[in-house]
Design a protein around this ligand. Sequence first.
Ligand SMILES: [Zn+2]
Ligand SMILES: [Zn+2]
Length: 447
Amino acid sequence: MSAAPLVHRPSAAADVLVSRAHVLDPREGIDAPHDVLIRDGAIAEIAPPGSLEPPEGAERVDGEGRHLLPAFVDPHVHLRTPGQKHKEDLDTGTRAAAAGGFCAVIAMPNTDPVVDSAPILRALRDEAAREARIPVGFTPCITQGMDGAKLTEMAELRDLGAVGFTDDGKPVVSAGMLRLALQYQRMVGGVLALHEEDPALSGRGAMHEGVVSAMLGVSGIPSISESTMIARDAAIAGYEGGRIHVQHVSAVESVEAIADAKSRGVQVTGEASPHHLVLTDEEVRSLDTRMKMNPPLRSERDRQAIVDALRDGTLDCVATDHAPHARDEKEVPFEQAPMGTTGLETAFAALHTELVLPGVLPLGLVVERMTAGGALFGLEVPRIEVGREANLTLVDLAAEWVVGEDGYESRSENCCFAGRRLTGRVLLTIAAGSVAYRQRAFALTAA
Ligand SMILES: [Zn+2]
Ligand SMILES: [Zn+2]
């Protein structure tokens, strides 16, 4: 029998009454104030607001004026373990996730060493069982050493709990290698999550190739570096009948390639990152290295295409691509800086502030897309339904805060939203039936 897909350090089951919160779960069709009682880590009762009293031993959490949502699932994070714990580890990374309202994350394998063998995956899962505050799923590499030449033992890794496979950080350059990986994927299950980029087109680019890069004299990464690889890989997936998931889609041409593949019945899904949904290459004019990520922030036209694709379902889910880097690694000239931004602690607030409040996307749709990513890897979708394990987040949609002002739960602070005033704050997260996070000020007022 295969191992469970998710691992975390078990902690006390929650006994909590959230009273009078506005409960919103688009899948359950709930959008109204309720009392929600969590007993022994499971949703025991959903009742009219103010009708329930906390049973003996249960804590009351005041939900008045706040929203109770199904907790989010992030299918794309970098927890930097093993080997780069100065950036992040399983404790700090999952703490950051819980602080962002997430109840589960899927970790990428471009660590040191990379996760490309059974012993490494086994050791990593053992570590997660000791340290992770919320459940973590792992996607080992598609190719050994992530160098694109030889497949990993995909069947064995699946038996050990791999939820999918990816060489994220790098593309699978060889079409033949991707074809072979898809043939195995069809046999063993899971999904191939693809970082789509043609290195021959990206070259030494450090930002989006466009008006801003030309003005700054910084070499650019053209959109076709991403879109041509998506078109190629979707064609191979269609031919083989395999399943691919396109990571961090950034360009309008890429959205078109995915929409085209979907219309032809190819099993392809896609994700959008908060930074690509909110920011553009205009931010790079400052040469702030927190604005350097891969794929890069692109034009306003691209940003709008990503938003539209998330709305119409061409892109299936939100994924942060949380990519922590130490301060000294980022405090170098723009062209030398490593690529990546942290994102777990700001994802919901950034999307709420920049897309929900101006009326671009409805709150329910953002919640749906922020909870959808795990299902693409075979994980259960969090739902606010009696009998389910509690995976919930309580948010204050009116709370304003400045990103970074109170520090971060993540070990790294390379956040592209640093210094921004955002509206909407996670107060409490219950993951896998246990309280995983309480916002500090909220915990004080509740006590
Ligand atoms: Zn990537
Ligand atoms: Zn990534």
